[in-house]
Design a binder for this molecule. Sequence first.
Ligand code: CMP
Length: 137
Amino acid sequence: MERTLAIVKPDAVSAGNIGKILKEIEEAGFLIAGLRMVRLSKAGAEGFYAVHRDRPFFENLTSFMSSGPVVVMALEAESAIGRWRTLMGATDPAQAEEGTLRRRFGSSIERNATHGSDAPETAASEIAYFFRGVELG
Ligand code: CMP
């Protein structure tokens, strides 16, 4: 079993797409081991995306991610990291396959509806950013 962090980003929350995304997650066979709605501060978003701090999009990305509430989840499944990335589709919704979450609910590379961890080490640190071990089912 593997765990990944999933985020429903502010664009998808404000558009009323939390339920549709959770339905896809459950129907795809993930166990939702943890789930919270949080409003990140700017500093909180900067901490979460610290690996991107030298990128040109860092300022816009962290402003956007702190612009409204997000839903953070720890998802559990076999190969959860790769399977969640497949369900989300490519980072840029315009490049994402038909039927994927980012294609359906994203509108730009920044407002791309969902986030997922990219490797086991980042999954562990990203999950720990939002959840204490005792909070996970
Ligand atoms: P996410 O999976 O949350 O991880 C980092 C985010 O940075 C990514 O999704 C995109 O929303 C954003 N991102 C990556 N590349 C770019 C880019 N070239 N321009 C703007 N935002 C980007």
